[in-house]
Design a protein around this ligand. Structure first.
Ligand SMILES: *[C@@H]1O[C@H](CO)[C@@H](O)[C@H](O)[C@H]1NC(C)=O
Ligand SMILES: *[C@@H]1O[C@H](CO)[C@@H](O)[C@H](O)[C@H]1NC(C)=O
Ligand SMILES: *[C@@H]1O[C@H](CO)[C@@H](O)[C@H](O)[C@H]1NC(C)=O
Ligand SMILES: *[C@@H]1O[C@H](CO)[C@@H](O)[C@H](O)[C@H]1NC(C)=O
Ligand SMILES: *[C@@H]1O[C@H](CO)[C@@H](O)[C@H](O)[C@H]1NC(C)=O
Length: 676
């Protein structure tokens, strides 16, 4: 950062053309001086030092000094830029930088366990790189709080690098006892005296309350949400704190972290690839939140529920590398704009992403570029009710995941996933794929449903696989009579209200940010529709304004809720009484829901219903989507009439909480098939 310390000439000391010429000269001189300094420094980065002591291991590359407990492999200290420890030294050593899991034996209660190494090994030790391994093993005689897994926690320190790398190899050998895993992540608890400003994206940045502020606040509808009353920073009075407001999708989770202003230092979690994260590119999870805490959550069932589970039965063998990620630290001089720390962290993220897969990782379980393959092809969409010719699957999401059913990637937890976006013509190239056998999956914004290639794809080191032209035929049985929403797997295009002013929260640099992340929106439905439920009239109403983003329960007072029934009114000029119409329904999230469909009659026989579905809890967690579902319901023409018709969407779940409900993605009513 030495070039940032350079101070140019004083403004106004020279005039006219002379000013310009002198400035140019100064600039040239200054640049060459700075460049020389940097070059010399570049060569002078000291080799990485390693000190192994009885109960700790210390690495020092002249930029950052890191201390690990031995053999536990907890990160206990990070010394950087004059700060003795970027981590919270008031916490116990095991509670500063650690891997943890939530797990259980079958049918038993789940436990939170920090992963403690039992053996320590130096895997690489040169001037250029040190790689450490802390292995936590298990045997029949282990303490009962230990999971039957072998977990190898690796840390890598490189010469000249402002930070360090980490990854973990999880191994459940064949024949080992059964277990379920509910969460696997690494957590860093930062120095609370220093880190007060959090950044998740360009917009999502703010001064944060402290752990103590949270402890003295008032718990709201659930324990994660707290109303701040009398926080140390009075500007935060009346805000809500809830860590789920800072979640993001895997595909966006590239860099997030914290800034200290005295001295100005940044601490960043960089994720160059989400191949080892769980359940695909749009799965959401926590990032950084109050504490100050910075996470890398590799697996959890947040925004998904028990549909995304990880169970090992009958001695199933499993091995997976989580990461590597990079912890990046940076600094500027006190006079400088601290927003440079975020900009610089983004720059580092781009460099890390460009050098993926890394070529400096020692484990054979992490293949380098030469040990990986490429899969490419072109996808088009066939929907004869939209176009006579096949359409390019522009911007399609195309990915490789464990072989399974259509759409199974969104619940797949054990394997790696490799996703890309197709170009405007539907052409795609998936690079750096680990060897293995995969299903090839896709979905296309603008169309409902999921695509899966009928063959599995086998990737070997160096493979360059070109698949046949792929054609996706989305669900469709007749011409569109009307539609509500945009098929994009979220409810973001619908009406998302402003929060209750009592729970307003400045989640972004410029105020409240994305509305759907605000607390308490579920109760806004009861305020907007205190007696009668939502009625949407096709051709008159506008879904941006008139379709509430979540079909929730209604509050009737005293924490009691009732199921609600929405109605869609539409006009039919003509009816084919012997034809079969179809209601296509794509759902972006569901929690303990069941939606019954009625056509001109709420108690129609036989009933049409989604059945009970969904556990993603995305309404309470401020996700604008959870898992994706599609349903199709045939409607006999005999149920319809000329003129005004109504379709009822009736909740028939228990409605015990305000969080039960669905977020629709898109609804379409189709006429009978054309005769060809
Ligand atoms: C644990 O003990 C059981 C019975 O004593 C034995 O069958 C099993 O192989 C042992 N498993 C491991 C992983 O040592
Ligand atoms: C898409 O196809 C058109 C027509 O062949 C071509 O001009 C265009 O460059 C293609 N786009 C990309 C991103 O390759
Ligand atoms: C949010 O920010 C706005 C403008 O920056 C400010 O007027 C308002 O008081 C803040 N609200 C809270 C709850 O802090
Ligand atoms: C709310 O609870 C109070 C006390 O339990 C009761 O008197 C009142 O009738 C309840 N109100 C409603 C709307 O259920
Ligand atoms: C609705 O359907 C039920 C069951 O088929 C029937 O008994 C009832 O008459 C219908 N109501 C109307 C208004 O058509």
């Amino acid at each position: 950062m030495e070039e940032m310390g350079f101070r140019p000439w004083q403004k106004g000391s020279l005039h006219g053309w002379l000013t310009a010429a002198v400035r140019l000269l100064f600039l040239l001189l200054a640049c060459s001086v700075v460049a020389t300094v940097r070059e010399v420094r570049g060569n002078e980065y000291p080799g990485v030092q390693l000190k192994v002591q009885n109960n700790q291991v210390v690495t020092d590359n002249g930029i950052v000094e890191i201390t690990f407990s031995n053999p536990d492999g907890m990160v206990t200290g990070i010394k950087f830029n004059g700060i003795d420890n970027l981590l919270e030294a008031r916490n116990k050593e095991a509670d500063r930088g650690y891997w943890d899991i939530v797990w259980n034996r079958p049918e038993e209660a789940s436990m939170f366990t920090r992963i403690e190494g039992t053996t320590f090994k130096v895997v690489a030790n040169t001037d250029d790189i040190v790689e450490l391994s802390f292995v936590s093993s298990w045997s029949n005689s282990s303490e009962s709080y230990l999971a039957p897994l072998i977990i190898d926690k690796r840390f890598v320190v490189r010469r000249g690098s402002s930070g360090f790398y980490g990854y973990a190899i999880f191994n459940h050998p064949k024949g080992w006892p059964d277990l379920d895993i509910g969460e696997a992540r690494i957590a860093f608890k930062l120095n609370g005296q220093k880190f007060r400003y959090m950044a998740i994206s360009d917009e999502r940045q703010r001064v944060m309350p402290t752990d103590e502020d949270r402890a003295s606040g008032r718990v709201l509808d659930y324990k994660e949400a707290v109303l701040l009353t009398g926080p140390s920073n009075s500007e935060l009075e009346g805000e809500v704190d809830d860590k789920y407001q800072y979640s993001c999708e895997n595909q966006e989770n590239k860099v997030h972290g914290w800034i200290s202003s005295d001295p100005p230092v940044g601490f960043w979690m960089i994720t160059p690839s989400d191949e080892s994260h769980t359940a695909g590119p749009v799965k959401q999870d926590l990032t950084s939140h109050i504490g100050p805490t910075t996470l890398n959550v590799f697996y959890s069932n947040h925004y998904a529920g028990k549909d995304v589970s990880m169970s090992f039965r009958n001695g199933e063998a499993w091995k997976k590398v989580y990461g590597p990620f990079m912890v990046y630290v940076n600094s500027v001089s006190p006079e400088e704009d601290q927003s440079k720390l975020w900009a610089d962290a983004k720059g580092q993220m781009l460099m890390e992403t460009a050098s993926w897969p890394y070529d400096f990782i020692s484990s054979d379980d992490y293949p380098s570029a030469a040990g990986r393959g490429t899969v490419s092809g072109q996808l088009s969409v066939r929907d004869r009710y939209m176009e006579n010719r096949d359409m390019a699957a522009g911007s399609a999401y195309v990915g490789l995941a464990a072989p399974g059913e259509v759409g199974s990637w969104q619940t797949n937890t054990k394997g790696y996933q490799f996703w890309t976006r197709a170009d405007e013509n539907g052409s795609f190239e998936i690079k750096n794929v680990r060897p293995g056998i995969y299903g090839l999956y896709a979905w296309v914004p603008g169309f409902i449903g999921d695509y899966k290639y009928h063959l599995n794809v086998m990737v070997k080191p160096g493979s360059e696989i070109q698949v046949d032209p792929l054609v996706f035929s989305p669900p469709r049985s007749g011409p569109t009579l009307w539609e509500i929403g945009i098929p994009d797997r979220t409810a973001a295009e619908f009406y998302v209200p402003l929060p209750n002013p009592r729970f307003m929260n400045n989640l972004s640099k410029n105020g409240i940010g994305e509305r759907f992340r605000q607390y308490g929106l579920w109760d806004r439905y009861s305020e907007l529709y205190p007696k009668n439920d939502l009625v949407y009239t096709v051709g008159v109403d506008n879904y941006h304004r008139d379709w509430f983003f979540a079909h929730v329960t209604r509050k009737t007072g005293n924490s009691t809720y009732v199921p609600t029934t929405w109605r869609i009114d539409f006009h039919l000029q003509n009816v084919n009484f012997r034809g079969t119409y179809r209601l296509q329904m794509a759902v972006a999230s569901a929690t303990l829901s069941r939606i019954s469909i009625g056509v001109n009659n709420l108690s129609q026989q036989p009933p049409s219903s989604t059945g009970r579905f969904g556990n993603d809890n995305a309404i309470a967690r401020h996700g604008i989507h959870g898992l994706y579902w599609t349903f199709g319901f045939d409607v006999p023409g005999s149920r319809l009439r000329r003129g005004t018709n109504s379709i009822y969407l009736a909740q028939s779940s228990s409605a015990r909480t305000p969080f039960e409900g669905v977020m629709y993605d898109y609804i379409r009513f189709e006429g009978p098939p054309r005769m060809n």
